[in-house]
Ligand binder design. Sequence first.
Ligand code: ADP
Ligand code: ZN
Length: 740
Amino acid sequence: MSDIPNSQTPVLKVAVNVPLSREFDYLPPADGPLPAPGCRVEIQFGPRRQVGLVLGHAGGSDLAPGKIRRCTAVLDSSPLLSDEALRLIRFTSDYYHHPIGEVVAAALPALLRQGKPLHPSVEMLAISDTGEAVDIETLAKRAPRQAELLETLLDAGGDGLEADELTEQLPHWRRVAKALFEKGLITRFDARPADFDETLAPAATPGPTLNKDQVAALKTLRGDKDVGAFLLEGVTGSGKTEVYLRRMQDVIDLGQQVLVLVPEIGLTPQLVSRLRKRLGIEPALLHSGLSDIERLTAWRAARSGAARLVVGTRSAIFTPLKNPGLIIVDEEHDHSFKQQEGLRYSARDLAIVRAKHLDISVVLGTATPTLEMLHHCRSGAYELVRLPTRAGGARPPTLHLVDTVRSPLTDGISEPLAAAIKRHLNADGQVLIFLNRRGFAPTLICSSCGHIAGCERCDSRLTVHARSRQLRCHHCGFTRPLTPNCSECGETVKPLGEGTERLEEALCERFPGRTVMRIDSDTTQRKGAMIDALDQARAGEAEILIGTQMLSKGHHFPDLSLVGIVNADQGLFGTDFRSGERMAQSIVQVAGRAGREKRAGEVLIQTAFPEHVFWSTLINGGYEQVADEALAEREATRWPPFTRLALIRSAAHQREDAIRFLEVAQRSAQEFCGDNLRVLGPVDAPMARKAGRHRAQLLLQSSDRRGLHALLRELRQLLEQAPAARKVRWSIDVDPIELF
Ligand code: ADP
Ligand code: ZN
């Protein structure tokens, strides 16, 4: 690409962050070196200045010579993104049929996307000598907010504090800062933020001696078998992490980098601290809880190779790596690896693709593998590595059903569950009560006219939040005050069903003197709240834990001996073809929190349908049996992984607009159609109205992946141009995991 003839000015192929599936042609600036692929340029795009990324060079353009613009500036003297990183971006754009400029935007940290330099400086504030001499107590009487700011900067010392950090501590500091500047009590300056420092970690500590299964698993992972991925399937607590750790050490010893993808960092602080301690290496962390500058610092460390260990959530898959040697995807089954809006990609699937591009190994770990991954193992494309028993001698928990028809519920808790809670508490065990529904109650009903409080903008019920005295829609965020009377007839209303808030109240009443702690997204909004709550829970400070799926993932509570699953029936009759798989995953994961050390674990599952075949399969055959049967069923009914899906969604203010748009897609799909293609729809989405828009969908199903993608390519071009598109928001979801 670099040997372009001098006689001709090369044209830059530029990715611009707009929803169009094209690259845009620009000329390089009149003088200066030609920006290489992977460099950012500033361009005039319509009326606006935009940041674009050079994807490549071309000898000419389809645009008339007078029409093609010059870029206004080159922002990078050397490429930000390597050829390998660009290749992944291209793949993502092609496979998910998503505009490449938006893929680039998703792959870059916010500051780079905005055109900031790779090493930006940050605004700093510090107290001055005069400021240090001020008597803060006196100032506090007159101007308490000024005193607060001064004190914060005094605590920060001579190096000062980043403005962003200050904003986190004192959101409105700028309002009072002016007076302090004028009096010369504080100063402002620019500084380079501290670079990533790998030596912050403590010295490495050795792990346990591996057991026989772990040794065998490690041997397979170390072998040179040429497979697309290793699927490390091990029951919860089987020592998967110990096996990853040894593989990571191998790769790090060779001077290469390891990329670890985790579902949500906020939920897995334990894993991060374990990696740090065991390897003696500070990981570069990439997740949504970082400030822009922190994220850029970590990204840069991965790119330069300064970080040998990079741990991140979904979008970290796009992080450039100087010298990658291994990718690990922990909890492969977790849904958070799939982005459900905008660029709808699966970070797990991209990890497999990227490892292939790089010719390195990828290890996917889980206790509950997805059927997709199991299918690939059976076909021989991937290698299954199993750890069948718990490490360190802990036994698997026992599962029992509680029939809620025969043992009625009081505030969601049956007598057998209440008795078990009591028993475990008396034996000094910790108890986890799981309910995947936050708030006080999912429904508010009028006891006279039967009116149910619904969302004004969605086809959904409003959830009662008693503590904050609000009704909230969990789909669009709509809230209104909770009033004691029906909005229709004025009679008294009552909350129906249970959420975690109600369980908390009920359990506090039933077990006075015991500490009850609720962990869900309502109780953990403050930054760091989740980590604090988990620390307390681990230290045994809470005897009864109540939680949503947040609490089911990866945590290790040493004394936890009983898990109660309050409402297990949500998935039994689900309409989605994945309901059974999902439900088994969720139950096995939460059950896996019990009995991880010396105590035996017990799991009680409340269900109104104890005779349902799902239960006997799960209890007698475990997840493996559920997966086997589900795979056979999928094969018979031709659902994934035996066929491929793509879902086209549309949303509009008017139903007809949403449907009409999809009819355009449907017609061309049918014209295009090979024998393998099934076109289902357009139909209303299962929740037809959300946030004031009507939603519809068209499902494309095929056993021929290439054919399906060829069709999607055509459709994307067509739909971008279609007049019917002007009235709708639409998207293509390849390999969707939710069909609504
Ligand atoms: P997983 O990742 O499969 O949930 P972990 O690696 O976290 O499992 O291991 C679960 C527990 O067992 C941890 O406390 C870990 O330290 C311990 N453990 C793992 N492997 C061994 C072993 N070979 N000997 C003793 N304890 C082990
Ligand atoms: Zn709503």
